[in-house]
Write a protein that binds this ligand. Structure first.
Ligand code: ATP
Ligand code: MG
Length: 391
């Protein structure tokens, strides 16, 4: 039984939220034999008890689930039968103290929730050996929920990821480098219901195939939460070389990032994405001072969301470890940003100067070409083995 959590506060959108959550869960569990039913407050997934572990692991990767309970459905409201079933179900469990907690959404049942709990508790005590009721710190809690015609018995409550179902907020273009910050940003955006497509800028032969495979692997790790991610790979070599040859080196990074933003905005338009997402964090490097962010952001109209803007590096690393991208991110392959790094990048870039410098290169044409020829890779969680071998 799935509890939706935060999405129940969005009254006017609730149907959309539930239908997207349902779609995401069905996609996530496409290889399992399940049956799914739902109403406005709960979703139920029915499967064989021997599949509980697999289903549980997969549900823990779906945003929009606040909590889920694992247990059994009985087609009865008869308390005698329910008591007997519970005794059978707890037979193999190792516990001494227990308590029963009852919820009655069906108010036509005569007994109150408390009365039902003590009735079932007494029955358990009578039919088992050496069990003790402990309402404060029980080793086993038996949850009973009585609904219109059926009842549910649970022994385990699991925390879900929370957030909103991926897709309810629309789509965003994630600038995904091989670093630590951008995968974390992608994860946090998905948590708020944003479906993502990713963009990676490569500069062969200055950047290696290993660097690209690393980004593919990061995309695969993120696709766990998005079910599938389209990765747009932009060949940035010509643009970068042209900037390197024609523009004062202290402005290399600023101009390069302005080009990246322009390309991302175009890709976002072509793919119906409403925002750009990236891993910029205030003050982390010269291109992420507030003045740099302003000079870079100026070239686009699309909103740019920076989920880790106010995180410390250690906080970002904590999330990266939790979502298992950290180990991949710290692999030592050069990214296109790191190979053309000037010794003294400008910290307070001037927009007018940026425009003057940019006029030295045919950037519109270069951008057009890079988008026209770009590669798209569709990445699903499943293709794991191939890329692990490559890394
Ligand atoms: P990360 O921020 O992901 O750890 P980084 O710190 O090396 O990597 P920065 O140079 O700080 O990257 O760039 C800031 C942000 O710009 C990145 O988080 C990412 O969103 C975007 N970015 C940088 N390089 C690339 C690239 N080659 N392809 C796509 N996006 C990039
Ligand atoms: Mg960074």
């Amino acid at each position: 039984m799935i509890k939706y959590g935060e999405l129940t506060t969005k009254k006017e959108n609730i149907n959309l939220f539930i239908s997207i959550l349902k779609k995401n869960i069905i996609k996530k569990l496409e290889n399992e034999k399940i049956d799914l039913t739902y109403d406005k407050s709960r979703m139920f997934i029915h499967c064989e008890p021997n599949k509980f572990e697999e289903v549980k692991e997969k549900l823990q990767e779906v945003f929009g689930i606040h909590e889920f309970l694992i247990g059994y459905k009985l087609e009865t409201l008869d308390l005698e039968t329910i008591g007997l079933e519970i005794i059978k179900l707890i037979e193999k469990r190792d516990f001494k103290t227990f308590k029963v907690e009852t919820k009655r959404s069906n108010k036509t049942i005569e007994k109150t929730s408390l009365e039902i709990s003590s009735f079932i508790g007494a029955k358990i005590l009578k039919n088992t050996k050496e069990k003790i009721v402990d309402v404060h710190h029980p080793e086993l809690t038996i949850y009973i929920e009585l609904r219109s015609k059926e009842s549910y018995i649970y022994f385990e409550k699991e925390k879900g990821l929370g957030g909103y179902p991926v897709g309810v907020a629309g789509k965003g273009m994630l600038m995904l480098s091989g670093g630590i910050d951008s995968p974390v940003s992608g994860y946090l955006a998905m948590k708020r219901g944003v479906k993502i497509e990713a963009v990676y800028f490569e500069s062969p032969p200055h950047t290696s195939i290993e660097a690209k495979n690393k980004v593919i692997e990061l995309t695969r790790k993120l696709s766990k939460y998005n079910t599938e991610i389209k990765l747009h790979v932009i060949n940035f070599t010509e643009i970068q070389e042209s900037i390197y040859k024609n523009i004062p080196h202290n402005y290399l990074i600023t101009i390069m990032r302005r080009m990246m933003y322009r390309i991302c905005e175009r890709l976002a338009k072509n793919n119906n994405a409403k925002i750009i997402i990236n891993g910029e964090s205030i003050g982390q490097v010269a291109s992420q001072t507030l003045s740099s962010m302003k000079a870079i952001n100026e070239v686009v109209k699309i909103p740019v969301i920076r989920p880790v803007a106010c995180f410390d590096k250690l906080e970002i690393i904590d999330v990266a470890k939790k979502i298992n991208t950290y180990e991949t991110s710290i692999l030592p392959f050069e990214d296109c940003c790191t190979i053309f790094v000037p010794e003294h990048p400008v910290i307070h870039p001037d927009s007018k100067l940026c425009e003057e410098y940019e006029a030295q290169i045919p950037f519109k044409e270069l951008i057009y070409n890079s988008i026209k020829n770009h590669e798209i890779i569709k990445i699903e969680t499943k293709i794991k083995k191939d890329f692990e071998d490559l890394l």
